[in-house]
Design a binder for this molecule. Sequence first.
Ligand SMILES: [Zn+2]
Length: 66
Amino acid sequence: MTSTTAVKDPVCGMDIETATAAGQTEYKGQTFYFCGSKCKEKFDLKPDQYSGKAAGTPKSGPGCCG
Ligand SMILES: [Zn+2]
């Protein structure tokens, strides 16, 4: 039970691990992980915008992760 899963922050595209994610949320039966609370807030505002596209290429520039 010590396995961690590498995932991508759907908002900023940053690589994170589920064990160290600063936040997570469930949407449409899928769990999304975030590098910080700001990214989680953005996702919660417009989940369709971030969950619709497969995570991979951040559309907006960097800056959210400080
Ligand atoms: Zn982020």
